[in-house]
Design a binder for this molecule. Sequence first.
Ligand code: HAM
Length: 418
Amino acid sequence: MPRTEPIKAVRGVRDILPEERALWRVAERAAARVAHRFGYREIQTPVIEHLELIERVGEDTDAVSKELYRFEDRGGRQLALRPEATAGVVRAYFEGGLNQGPQPARLYLIGPMFRYDRPQKGRYRQFFQFNVEAIGGASPAVDVEVIELARAWLIEVGLDKLTLELNTIGDDQCRPAYLDLLRAYYRPLRDKLHKECQRRLEINPLRLLDCKVPQCQPFKSGAPKMTEHLCEPCASAWAVVRKLLDAAGIEYNLNPYLVRGLDYYTRTVFEFYPSGASGQQDALASGGRYDGLAAAESWPSTPGVGFAGGLDRVTELMASEGEEVVPEPAADVIVLPDGDLVAEAAEIARLIRVVRSASVDYEPRSLRAKMRAADKVDALWAVLFNADEAKRRVAQLRDMRSGEQREVMWSDLPELLA
Ligand code: HAM
């Protein structure tokens, strides 16, 4: 049965129309510029990965357990649309031999991610990230480098009222003992926690700390803090991170409840919020160190650190802060044949395109109707001609801003418009 309703976009995804793309382009170009300024090179990885790779990110992670777009392809492979890029970038680092090159490999990626989350403002099922990863570097100075890069990007796009939340979540040396302490603290409180937290208590107690449900809040302040139970290497890395941030003049809030949603983090974790906002869905950029991820993917154990900025949220905030972007005209020159002199119009456009962008109005309308339409498209020049002028291979070149018009030879157009 043919559908009678027009077919609309899938729930939770959206189109970014040319008018909006102008703003997005500002954010993306700033991302690329800032990344290059810090010595990062662009990488692209596929949006589909083996389900198994994504599951290694952490099976109790919302992005994996509840929000994953997973499917079987026609060859029976279990695949997933990537919910985030880090797992894929780490895979590509090894598969592409970047582990053999200079370390750390400094990489950035701009692209779509997919999470089957409840759609709302700032949260989409297809969203875009500016992802930055430094893989193969253990120095805490690199943690600060990526934080500085994230901040430089946000400032570059005009979002300078920022709050940086910072924490460390230790590593596999010190975290297990800390998690035991956390469980021991929460067990007597079990019945007072909300259902999901009761479940998490045994399997992933760290997540109790970032629970937003009101009934769980009163118990947080008494909970043991990771920062007080770090092993020596984690403690000294933590001290260096704070010292270097201080030296860079970057302010931060020490937030013992910041643990991040993905399981692969070790040591430094951070999130940037617009000042005044709070709550998970408002983070503009977030990341941290993930020294265990490579091994979790069954590659040689390799440290890494990075972050991802949310382009949807960043562009929304840029727009609401009144960031003005002049949309580029569709074309500098519009070619307007009288009636349907299509071959001649195409020939003129071809001549012009050597030096300028040009589009043609091919509709079989009168010149007058076409001029009215041309006024709306912001072109700098119009090239008008009728059948008689076409025979003489001349046209009227009109400056759309001044309204001045003169007859020119087609062959002179490239030089006149260059
Ligand atoms: P994440 O915190 O899950 O981290 O996402 C990073 C950013 O992506 C968030 O701060 C937010 O701006 C944006 N974001 C996340 N989900 C959505 C959504 N549904 N709609 C719109 N924007 C969203 C990661 O993805 C890690 N891979 C970051 C990382 C890189 N850590 C180390 N390297």
